[in-house]
Design a protein around this ligand. Structure first.
Ligand code: ZN
Length: 146
């Protein structure tokens, strides 16, 4: 009765979940990245290497490499963190209500590996009105080939 379901390959796209143990994450990530991605830390404002990037390209998850944001939606928010008006595609970023520090905020995580990215606030510019406030440590930038 179990024939047919056995051919599970994970080549079929980016939606496959990536689940590692804590020890595996520690091995894979720098201590700075581990503290943000896996322990929901926040880097100091204005410290991020990806606050300003040249050219267009894609921002990918620092944990698993999933494509998360396009440079087309990046804007200067003045907050000191890389900010975007929307995720690259539906389902790439997950939102969670976060009541830590006495505030109600919406945490954003990578849908594939669960890595902490930052928060989303409803005070962004048009057209979405959203501000995805992302730790530079949580993401990498892949420039488009020119
Ligand atoms: Zn990820």
């Amino acid at each position: 009765m179990s024939d047919g379901a056995a051919t599970q390959r994970s080549e079929s796209g980016d939606s496959d979940r990536m689940e590692l143990t804590d020890a595996e994450w520690k091995q894979r990530l720098t201590p700075e990245r581990y503290a943000v991605l896996r322990q929901k830390g926040t880097e100091p404002a204005w410290s991020g290497e990806l606050l300003h990037v040249e050219g267009s390209g894609t921002f990918t998850c620092g944990g698993c490499g999933a494509a998360l944001f396009s440079s087309d939606t990046k804007f200067e928010s003045g907050s000191g963190w890389p900010s975007f008006t929307e995720a690259l595609a539906e389902g790439t970023v997950e939102e969670h209500h976060d009541r830590s520090f006495g505030m109600v905020r919406t945490e954003i995580t990578c849908a594939r590996c669960g890595g902490h990215l930052g928060h989303v606030f409803p005070d962004g510019p048009a057209p979405t009105g959203q501000r995805y406030c992302v730790n530079s440590l949580s993401i990498d930038f892949e420039p488009e080939p020119t």
